[in-house]
Design a protein around this ligand. Structure first.
Ligand SMILES: [Zn+2]
Length: 313
């Protein structure tokens, strides 16, 4: 995928892996799927199998002189993360390097939340110890999310599906003095803000970009699949607070629609990002960077014109 230009920002995707996930976990409403999902590329529906391609990837945003890595996936050599995630041996850092970014040149790491598939490459194993992967980065953690998982916090919300994650992926960063624990909203740079987007987890947040008239939201797991744009009540298992998650989805749908903003979710299948459009009362997903016939009517100006962002899938 070529890098995407949004105003003065450049956005690349770095893939870790892709998994088949049944849409039945989200909905049995075949009429809804036929109406809103079947027009999308194959990876969103999977034909008769109703299995979508759940992509695990990070976004790299370069703007305001900063290189920001959003949601660094699960990481290699983990244990206890589940069938598809344990003992990975994926050339993620080579894929990162193909975007022109090395571990030394990442300035900011932002985890939308602290599920294992969003903070794994925060650290990597060296001589048996988990150490920060990005030695020159500030790692941003939202305070509510940090406290929700902090193993030193007696009031943390235990979660059997996310074992050892805080101690392996967050604690070593804190111990190395690289963590910045912030309250959302938080301004990262003139173009980038961390904003609250709670529900999927208690302190889930997103990164918003406003550059040269273009707007985008790196929305983590606010949405796992575009069917949730139309039906915000649908969700995959593992949500901390469903009522709040639904409100967050509704709010972001309205905002992205009003602004003509792009969504860059953490798990959408190819082309992995897009905009929203309305059809009567329903909102649906328009994949990719040039969704409207009349480009003048859109406030963003994404152009996939850069060649250097190639990446293996
Ligand atoms: Zn996720």
């Amino acid at each position: 995928m070529p890098a995407i230009r949004l105003g003065s920002a450049l956005v690349d995707r770095v893939e870790e892996q892709t998994l088949p996930v049944s849409l039945r976990l989200l909905t049995d409403d075949d009429a809804l799927l036929a109406r809103r999902v079947s027009p999308l590329p194959d990876g969103f529906l999977g034909g008769r199998s109703r299995t979508f391609q759940f992509s695990n990837h990070s976004w790299v945003v370069r703007v305001d002189g900063l290189t920001v890595l959003v949601d660094p996936c699960t990481g290699n050599g983990r244990k206890g993360r589940g069938h598809f995630f344990d003992d990975l041996d994926v050339p993620y850092l080579e894929y990162l390097a193909r975007t022109g970014v090395t571990v030394e040149t990442v300035d900011v790491v932002f985890c939308t939340h602290l599920h294992h598939d969003h903070c794994g490459w925060n650290t990597r194993q060296v001589d048996g110890a988990w150490v920060p992967t990005f030695p020159n980065a500030s790692y941003l953690f939202v305070d509510r999310e940090y406290r929700r998982w902090d193993t030193a916090n007696p009031d943390r919300h235990a979660n059997e599906f996310n074992p050892n994650v805080f101690d392996e992926c967050v604690r070593p960063v804190v111990d190395a003095g690289l963590a910045r624990i912030v309250s959302a909203p938080y301004e990262v740079s003139p173009s980038l803000r961390v904003e609250p987007a709670p529900g999927h987890t208690t302190g889930h947040a997103m990164l918003s970009l406003a550059s040269g008239g273009a707007r985008a939201y790196f929305s983590g797991d606010v949405f796992h699949h575009p069917v949730q744009l139309t039906r915000p009540d649908l969700h995959l298992p593992g949500c901390d607070d469903l009522a709040t998650a639904v409100e967050t989805r509704q709010r972001l749908v309205r905002r992205a629609l009003d602004e003509g903003a792009f969504l860059f979710p953490a798990h959408f299948p190819a082309p992995h990002y897009g905009r929203l459009a309305a059809d009567g009362d329903e909102v649906y997903f328009v994949p990719g960077g040039a969704p409207f016939d009349d480009q003048e009517s859109a406030s963003g100006d994404a152009q996939g014109t850069e060649e250097r962002g190639s990446r293996a899938t």
